[in-house]
Design a protein around this ligand. Structure first.
Ligand SMILES: [Zn+2]
Length: 137
């Protein structure tokens, strides 16, 4: 890299941060010098990456879609929809089997099952609570 290019790229950095004006000399040099053109292009890419929603125009459609995309990906990490589907499937299977047993005249099995559930579920509650707390939910 030439010495003049180094100085000009420092000036380009100042231009990028609004501390120096873009002169005709700089523009002309970017047009003819591949290194400095690449440097200027990289500065533009960096500023695009650093364009955080907090500092950007809050009503910009690009910012809104970026925020929506981030929220959607974080929701996929938490997987609440999968848990809901799992819970609903389990509940439907349980209620279906209860309905089947009561309609087919197996009242005794049904009563024993209920008794089993009412005796076992209070014992499992502290374990479920501990699991929820350690998971941070
Ligand atoms: Zn140059």
């Amino acid at each position: 890299m030439k010495k003049s290019c180094e100085t000009l790229q420092e000036t380009l950095l100042d231009v990028h941060y609004g501390e120096a004006p873009m002169t005709k000399e700089l523009k002309d040099h970017i047009k003819i010098c591949r290194d400095c053109a690449l440097f200027w292009e990289e500065l533009g890419e960096i500023s695009a990456l650093m364009d955080f929603p907090e500092t950007a125009d809050p009503l910009s459609p690009l910012v809104i879609s970026k925020i929506l995309r981030e929220n959607t990906s974080s929701m996929q990490k938490n997987r609440p929809m999968r848990d809901l589907v799992f819970f609903m499937t389990g509940s439907a299977a349980f209620l279906g089997s209860v309905l089947y047993l009561s309609l087919s005249g197996h009242g005794e099995i049904l009563m024993k099952t209920y008794l089993f559930i009412f005796l076992i579920s209070p014992i499992t509650l502290p374990f479920i609570a501990k699991q929820q707390i350690t998971r941070g939910a």
